[in-house]
Design a protein around this ligand. Structure first.
Ligand code: NAP
Length: 237
């Protein structure tokens, strides 16, 4: 597939992992549609880049957004689901609204987008759905009950979907990064250590996305787990 430049939707392309993925794919010659809740964040216009306003916390808007997108870009044949956020703390500290919102943005929205995208993706010669999970999809940890639940759910969904799509041209992959140095930690009371090797870079995750997109259709890349060389968490005062 490597010679064939494709059309890729990257959710959460305004920051961190999604931005690094969008940048790398543009450099490689792909057509990229990048989403954000606020497309004025995409300040430098790029050839082959289209900004899409999408708020994953609004489930009712997603199906129509996908319909419009697939009409505008009939060649769309890959999606990188990078939008999401973290919220951590003891379960008693979460309001019902906060629980619903975190599960909606990190899990349910990916399901609804997938459901809307799939019929046309199945008619492409080759298609990829690439979800950004987390190390939190592999192991539960203190203060991460809802975040881990959202990522475990995404992992179960992607495994089942891979099986469901096995006889179609759609390939389903999940990337589970450990801590990545991005804006993810801006609103949190912890962050990865600042020494070399204590955090992944967003470009490392973008490399994994490129590897998946360039693999042949015969090749299933189920999951890729990435970790920084040493795991150090620094708590903010
Ligand atoms: N950083 C890490 O250590 C790490 C590790 C493992 C997994 N992850 C996962 O990687 C993904 C990306 O995180 P990141 O590190 O790149 O964080 P980030 O720099 O904070 O970027 C998050 C992106 O998600 C978008 N987003 C947030 N809420 C949204 C909503 N309601 N609707 C639509 N878009 C929304 C943001 O777009 P706008 O604000 O412009 O709408 C932004 O582009 C998340 O799913 C996260 O769980 C991160």
């Amino acid at each position: 597939m490597s010679d064939l430049k494709r059309t890729v939707l990257v959710t959460g392309a305004s920051s961190g992992i999604g931005r690094a993925v969008a940048r790398q794919l543009l450099e490689q010659g792909y057509q990229v549609i990048g989403s954000s809740r606020d497309i004025s964040q995409f300040t430098s216009p790029q050839r082959r880049f289209t900004a899409l306003e999408l708020d994953l916390s609004q489930p009712a808007s997603l199906e129509a957004a996908v319909r419009r997108l697939q009409l505008q870009f009939p060649a769309l044949d890959a999606v990188v689901f990078a939008a999401g956020y973290g919220q951590f703390g003891a379960i008693e500290q979460f309001s019902v609204r906060q629980i619903e919102q975190l599960l909606q943005v990190n899990f349910t929205a990916q399901v609804l987008l997938t459901k809307a995208l799939l019929p046309r993706l199945k008619r492409q010669p080759h298609a990829n759905l690439i979800y950004i999970g987390s190390e939190a999809a592999l192991k539960g940890s203190r203060n991460g009950s809802i975040y881990c639940a959202s990522k475990f759910a995404l992992r179960g969904f992607s495994q089942a979907l891979r099986d469901e799509c096995g006889k179609s041209p759609v390939r389903v992959s999940l990337i589970n990064p450990g801590m990545v140095d991005t804006g993810f930690f801006e609103t949190l009371n912890f962050a990865p250590g600042k020494q070399a090797g204590q955090a992944l870079q967003a470009a490392d995750v973008a490399d994994a996305v490129s590897y998946i997109l360039q693999a042949g259709n015969h090749c299933m890349i189920d999951e890729i787990n990435l970790s920084p060389a040493s795991k150090v968490i620094e708590f903010k005062k």
